[in-house]
Every structure is written in C-alpha cells, then in structure tokens.
Design a protein around this ligand. Structure first.
Ligand code: PLP
Length: 397
C-alpha cells in the first residue's frame, strides 16, 4: 500500500488546477504588462483571479496581492506592519513561540533592527488564549501576528476573538492562514483580520505561488523591488499560470468545507484512537480544536527519523513535524513550545491526511506505526532504561 500522509508539507495538484494553468502556458502566455492582445488577455485573467480570491476571502480585489508563496507573504506582511509602526514610534510586536519559521525568522531580523519581539507562551494544548493577547498589547504595539492553524500539531487558534481584540485596540493583526485555508472556514471580515498569508501548494494548487491579503488602509513595504506590478507593491512578472491554478484549487478547496470536515474528521479520530492505544504515546495539541486532517503524536523511547525511514519502507510518507526542521537534529520548536521535554519531542510523528484517504488506509497506518514503534523500542537502550525503571517515564502507559 502507498499512502501519502504529508499533506501539511505539500499536496498533490488537482487535475482541475493543472487544467486551469495549461492555457496560460500554451496560448495566453503574454506578459500582463504588454499592450497587445495576448498580454491584455493575460491581464484580464489576472484581474479576474484577483476578484475570485477576494470573493473567497470576503474582501475587495484591490486588497489581494499575489506573491511567490506563504513565506514571501509572511515576510511582507510583518515587515510592512513593522515599518508602519516604527514611523509612529511603535516598535513592539506580539507573536507566539510556535509560529512557522517564515514568521519567526522575519521577527528575528526585526529584533536585530531594534524591535521588541514578545513571543506568547503556548498552552500545552497548543492553543493561545485571546486574553494573553489582550494583556500583552501596549500603547507601542505595532503588530500582532498569530497563525490560524499550526502546521506541525494542527491546532486551530481562536482567530476571530484575537482579531476582535486587536481591532478594538487599533493594532494591526496578521495571521498566517497557510494551513487553515481549505480546511476550516476563513473569512477576513468575520475574523477581524487585517493581513493574511496563503500558499497554493497546501490546498492542491501549484508550488511557488501565494497570496497576501492586506486591508486597503495598510501601506505595504516592498520586499522585491523592480517593476510596478501588483500596484507597485510586488515587482516581477506575474506568475499567471500559477495564479490561475491557485484560484481553481482555492475555489474547490473552499466550496464545501462542512462536507470535507464531515468526511475527514471521523477518519482522523479513528487514527487518533488507534495511535493512542500504543503504550507511552500522547497526542500533541488539543483534541477538538484541530484541523480535520492533521494528527501529531509523541512516542517515548523513539527516534523520529528512524520511525520515518521504516514507515517509508512500508509505503507511508509522513513527517516528524515540519519539512523545514527535518535534516536538523534539533527537536521541533513547536513541540518544545507546548512543553514537551527534549527526549519525547525527538520521537514525534505527524500524519496529515487528504480527503481521499480511506478507512482501510487508516487501519494500515495504525498497524504500521504500531509495528514500527514496537520494533524500534525493542532495539533501543534508552527504552530498556525506561522499562527497567532506570529512567522515569514521561507519559502514562
Ligand atoms: C508551508 C507553510 C508556509 C510556507 O509557505 P510556502 O509557500 O512554502 O513558502 C508558511 N506558513 C505555514 C504555516 C506553512 O505551513
């Protein structure tokens, strides 16, 4: 059996998204800035795509900027808000310890420039309490940036409430909604969001294309200089085929969120229940407030890397957390942020499902993880110490 269970890292493109791109490579390949017919046709397609994205997000087309993906959108949103704040003497930025590196590394750069970065503690459930945000906001707060859903553990944050607090206090609120889009309902007006980042390849669209939503009163700072594309805020010839593929995928991913949740949640819960039966294991992140397809567990006495390799031998593509941390020996900053000790944070497994997963495949996932965990524990001296009581267990049996 072959199971791709790493949809939080990237997704397979949908046939519809691929088909939507092809005409813009073969026929309407003109530069949208050119005045002749195939340039103007590309321009029209681009502007219609902008309207369609705006309809999905519930905003105005002029509030949509196309980027090269989620990372660029995060960078531009945060830097823009920082520059706007600095002009008014506001240099305090609030975020959380478990953001994506596209956010955390951008904040680090701003810290070197003299901004004060306050990272809120994440509760052991992987949730941020809106009250924490309210208490942290000061006169000189320039920005609050908190992700909609976490890419490693799959928790969904109380974004509407956090947005409301920021709106009431007049602070710009940005959310990285890369993992949320197409999985839970997102509405920038309802959720009081000022800026939001999206990435097409996380919802069955192409890689290298994304969206930055910014409310019309927010002056963006360019991070890529050059031509006057995207109303002068993002230079570079627009990725028209990518944008057309993205918008097709976005509409498909958002048209029946309830149906998607209804189908996937019972399968996800079956997976959680199955993995929970493995002794000395624990689910990471809140049981209820989570994405319909993301499951993340820690297993005591296991090395995450070996777990992944052996699962790969069984035809299962999974991850130990984020694609960005694999290859490094540091445990996940997300698992440390929710209070997992180093030794169990190393033994993590993320399974992120797509909606075409079957019950039979869920059974295969449970059996395979069980077998591999047992096998690895049997050869681990660390596990022997736990069994013999030389070292204390972190989890209950
Ligand atoms: C994947 C991801 C990103 C980065 O998006 P790219 O399009 O790959 O640059 C940012 N934030 C989160 C939460 C993600 O999961």
């Amino acid at each position: 059996m072959k199971i791709y269970a790493d949809n939080a890292a990237t997704t397979k493109m949908s046939r519809h998204a691929i088909d939507a791109m092809i005409p813009y490579m073969e026929e309407i390949y003109g530069n949208p800035s050119s005045l002749y017919e195939i340039g103007q046709e590309a321009k029209e397609a681009l502007e219609s795509a902008r309207e369609r994205v705006a309809r999905v997000l519930n905003c105005e087309p002029r509030e949509i900027y196309f980027t090269s993906g989620g990372s660029e959108a995060d960078n531009q949103a945060i830097i823009s808000a920082a520059r706007l704040g600095a002009r008014k003497g506001k240099k305090h930025i609030i975020s959380t310890a478990f953001e994506h590196h596209a956010v955390l590394h951008t904040l680090n750069k701003l810290k070197e420039e003299g901004f004060e970065i306050e990272l809120l503690d994440v509760h052991s459930t992987g949730l941020i309490d809106p009250k924490q945000v309210e208490d942290a906001i000061r006169e000189d707060t320039a920005l609050v940036t908190i992700m909609y859903a976490n890419n490693e553990i799959g928790t969904v944050e109380p974004i509407r409430e956090i947005g409301k607090i920021c709106r009431d206090k007049g602070v710009i609120f940005h959310t990285d909604a890369v993992q949320a889009m197409g999985h839970v309902s997102v509405d920038v007006a309802r959720d009081n969001i000022d800026m939001l980042s999206l990435s097409a390849h996380k919802f069955h669209g192409p890689k290298g294309v994304g969206v930055l939503f910014a409310k019309k009163n927010i002056m963006l700072t360019n991070i890529i200089e050059g031509g006057a594309q995207e109303r002068g805020k993002r230079a570079g010839t627009e990725n028209v085929p990518g944008i057309m593929g993205m918008v097709a995928a976005l509409e498909d991913a958002t048209k029946d969120i309830d149906g998607y949740a209804k189908k996937l949640i019972p399968l996800r819960d079956k997976l959680i229940e199955g993995l929970d039966k493995i002794p000395y294991s624990e689910l990471n992140g809140d049981r209820e407030h989570r994405l319909p397809g993301t499951v993340n567990f820690c297993f005591e006495g296991i090395e995450g890397e070996s777990l992944l390799l052996l699962l790969d031998d069984k035809g299962i593509s999974a991850s130990s957390g984020s694609a960005c941390t694999s290859g490094s020996l540091d445990p996940s900053h997300v698992l440390l942020a929710i209070g997992r000790p180093h030794e169990v944070a190393h033994g993590s497994l993320r399974l992120s499902l797509s909606e075409d997963i079957t019950e039979e495949e869920i059974d295969y996932l449970i059996t395979s993880v069980n077998e591999v965990v047992t096998y690895l524990r049997n050869m681990s001296p660390f596990w022997r110490d736990l069994v013999n009581g030389v070292r204390p267990h972190v989890f209950k049996e």
